[in-house]
Design a protein around this ligand. Structure first.
Ligand SMILES: [Zn+2]
Length: 121
């Protein structure tokens, strides 16, 4: 009897993409599992660990920018990604890296800057 009620569509493929909470690079979960994060795998250690990928990446991100030439792109500079690999990056990423990763960054003298500061919520 539920006429007029559309079936809920299955999630579009794009929704399956995930953004790294630290560098905001966008990849499929399969890529994160296969190669980890190309920028911060040393810190995040996601390669092969689905749980780790869950906690270090997110599907909650806004905007996608392509960084073709990380050394010179003003977008890359603005995104603080100048040392990162070329690829697709999220403009805004919601969420924080796990505490152990943040502690590891501190150990290395790196100050973690969450990428969701623009939107306080
Ligand atoms: Zn990363």
């Amino acid at each position: 009897m539920s006429q007029g009620q559309a079936a809920i569509p299955s999630q579009p493929r794009a929704k399956a993409l995930r953004a790294c909470l630290l560098c905001s690079i966008i990849q499929t979960p399969a890529d994160f599992r296969r190669i980890g994060c190309p920028n911060c795998e040393e810190l995040m250690q996601m390669k092969g660990y689905a749980d780790r990928i869950q906690s270090c990446t997110t599907t909650h991100f806004d905007g996608i920018i392509a960084v073709i030439d990380p050394e010179t792109s003003w977008v890359a500079r603005w995104q603080r990604t100048s040392k990162y690999v070329r690829g697709m990056y999220a403009v805004r990423v919601k969420g924080r890296i796990p505490e152990d990763v943040e502690a590891e960054l501190e150990n290395r003298g790196i100050k973690y800057r969450p990428r969701d500061q623009i939107e306080m919520d």
